[in-house]
Write a protein that binds this ligand. Structure first.
Ligand SMILES: [Mg+2]
Length: 260
């Protein structure tokens, strides 16, 4: 439980608000709409905006324009930023890798994966994806089912080995482990802490008045940089945990909002 009430609540997406690459459960959708009624909300993820639409936005049917105006979307770790106004989602900015950076990142991660024997022949869609500001390696393809992904690298060892090997090949770029089978390559210093700092500047809400909820706040996790930044964090192990947390947070926020 939090000591002071946050002015803004930020969430990771995969395995925090929804199961990996899956739409929001109706229970979570209802909680999100209620939360948007009382406080600013940010969702920050390594994923692209299309994933935000499928998993999150498309399932917030009952949200009003006023609710949606309080929602801040940060795909690819905040290198892109979207806000809702006049009935549409608008990209406010995007910071992309240049062609040379992209070409070197794609070549390095493929070479390292083949070397290590991690380049799978049978996948669910392409292994490599150009997300503009990020190159992403997904061992089993972008559309792999959760069961297959969990079985591929249960200890996280393959992903960490690949991450280290690719980092050696790309000293000027940053290589991170992303989701359960993925490795992300970005410019240096691009992580969720980068996005949260941008968010503080964009909204005027200081970091110490924010709360972050994520499932990978462990040292190797993609949410860990937010914890290092000093933002108050809540660790969850899936969207059900997040739902339970929101069910305790919401009445406090609603009470505080009703107080004169
Ligand atoms: Mg996650």
């Amino acid at each position: 439980m939090t000591t002071t009430l946050p002015r803004l609540v930020a969430f990771d997406l995969d395995d925090t608000l929804a199961a990996s690459k899956s739409p929001l459960d109706p229970r979570m959708a209802e909680l999100m709409v209620r939360l948007l009624g009382v406080v600013d909300v940010c969702v920050i993820s390594g994923g692209q905006i299309a994933q935000f639409h499928m998993q999150l936005i498309d399932n917030l049917d009952t949200a009003t324009d006023d609710d949606l105006a309080r929602l801040h979307l940060m795909p690819t770790c905040g290198t892109q930023y979207y806000r809702h106004s006049e009935g549409a989602w608008n990209q406010i900015y995007a910071e992309y890798l240049n062609d040379d950076e992209k070409a070197r990142a794609l070549a390095a991660v493929e070479a390292a994966a083949r070397d290590l024997g991690y380049w799978e022949a049978e996948t669910w869609g392409p292994i490599l994806e150009d997300r503009g500001s990020q190159i992403t390696f997904s061992a089993l393809g972008q559309g792999a089912p959760v069961v297959a992904k969990s079985a591929w690298d249960p200890s996280g060892e393959k992903k960490n080995t690949l991450r280290e090997a690719v980092q050696v090949l790309l000293p000027d770029l940053e290589v991170r482990s992303g989701g359960s089978t993925s490795v992300d390559i970005t410019r240096q210093g691009i992580d969720k802490a980068y996005g949260m700092l941008k968010l503080a500047t964009l909204t005027g809400v200081p970091l110490d008045e924010m709360l972050f909820v994520g499932d990978r706040l462990d040292e190797n996790g993609n949410d860990y940089p937010v914890k290092v930044l000093g933002v108050e964090c809540v660790a969850v192990e899936g969207w059900e945990d997040t739902a339970a947390f929101l069910e305790t947070l919401l009445p406090q926020l609603t009470d505080a909002a009703a107080r004169p």
